[in-house]
Design a protein around this ligand. Structure first.
Ligand SMILES: [Zn+2]
Ligand SMILES: [Zn+2]
Length: 347
């Protein structure tokens, strides 16, 4: 007697989304059944659905920004009860035993974490994501959503929020630090809000000035267009930390030149092609080039609580399940302010 969920699935790289019914496993002792209310649309969903990140086991139900309500709990669940407001992000399990898992960095599990969709769970079944009405997840990978964050606003925090919070925290965004955010999309706009709340002086580096007003309203102190060459001269040697949210292949060496002595540029966007790094621009000022991927479960909860405390929520546009294909096109055209969220009651 498995649980049936309504979902939206895609059958191939060039296919449209269609209605589907998927099975969720029966609750194991530590499992929680969540009735999904909202699911965010992340750029990764689009890359994966289109088969751009390697082979996909279709049909695929994407979605790793999930917010909903607990409707049933396994016999030994201790952290959650029926009625709790909860979320699920990019991963649903990990080995729990390796050095990285024991440090609470499950996203870097040495055996590979189990992704919310497109993975294989410990029972050997393919995982399917949040574009659906229900999901079953082990309690240790469920995040509590504080009462003052609406569920539709909480959803994007589970990927866009933690992906930017974790490197800002790790590399010490704080009062007295100058932080630049490259790109003002779904990730970038969250990075601006979070870095501002951490007390850093925040600069947005965007292709154009078209979103300048928004950026300043989200908490940026400065806003520059990277299409203007003088931006790079003017800001040379300025930033302690640069978070690059852009996955397009940018002139990374030009950005290294914007770092201070000991400054770090962190990529959270993943370019499809290798970058041409001029090591001289790093050596000259003991600069670092780093990467960061989402965050651990403990840190994801910390991020959620931080956002609740500082009244940080993403800018969202709620859509119905029938609008997913259209939303994908608009994300690819950068025509979204700043995150689409699917209302799963329309499944
Ligand atoms: Zn994502
Ligand atoms: Zn592990």
């Amino acid at each position: 007697m498995m649980i049936t969920a309504k979902a939206r699935a895609v059958d191939g790289p060039d296919q449209s989304f269609r209605s589907a019914e998927i099975k969720r496993r029966d609750l194991d002792t530590h499992d929680v059944l969540i009735e999904i209310k909202y699911a965010g649309i992340c750029h990764s969903d689009i890359h994966t659905a289109h088969g751009e990140w390697g082979p996909v086991n279709y049909p695929l139900v994407p979605g790793h920004e999930i917010a909903g309500i607990v409707t049933e709990v396994g016999s030994e669940v201790s952290k959650y009860k029926v009625g709790d407001r909860v979320g699920v992000g990019c991963m649903v399990d990990s080995c729990g035993e390796c050095e990285n898992c024991r440090r609470g960095e499950e996203q870097y599990c040495l055996k590979g974490n189990i992704q919310t969709y497109g993975g294989v769970d410990k029972y050997g079944e393919p995982t399917q994501g949040g574009y659906s009405t229900h999901i079953v997840v082990t309690e240790n990978f469920v995040i509590r959503i504080p009462d003052n964050i609406a569920l539709e606003a909480a959803a994007p925090l589970l990927c866009a929020g933690i992906t930017t919070y974790s490197p800002l925290q790790h590399w010490g965004a704080a009062p007295g630090k100058k932080v630049a955010i490259v790109g003002m999309g779904g990730l970038g706009h969250m990075a601006v809000k979070i870095a501002h709340a951490m007390g850093a002086e925040v600069t947005v580096l965007s292709q154009s000035l078209s979103k300048k007003e928004d950026g300043l309203q989200f908490g940026a102190n400065h806003y520059y267009a990277t299409s203007e060459a003088e931006t790079f001269e003017k800001l040379a040697g300025s930033f302690d930390l640069i978070i690059n949210t852009v996955s397009a292949n940018i002139d990374i060496n030009a950005y290294f030149g914007l770092l201070t002595l000991d400054g770090t540029l962190v990529n959270v966007g993943a370019p499809g092609e290798p970058l041409a790094v001029n090591v001289m621009s790093l050596i000259g000022h003991r600069r670092s080039f780093a990467g960061s991927m989402i965050g651990g479960i403990r840190e994801t909860q910390e991020m959620m609580d931080f956002c609740a405390e500082h009244d940080i929520t993403p800018q969202i546009e709620v859509i119905s399940a029938d609008q997913i294909d259209e939303a994908y096109k608009r994300v690819l055209a950068s025509d979204v302010k700043y995150r689409f969220v699917i209302d799963t009651s329309t499944m």
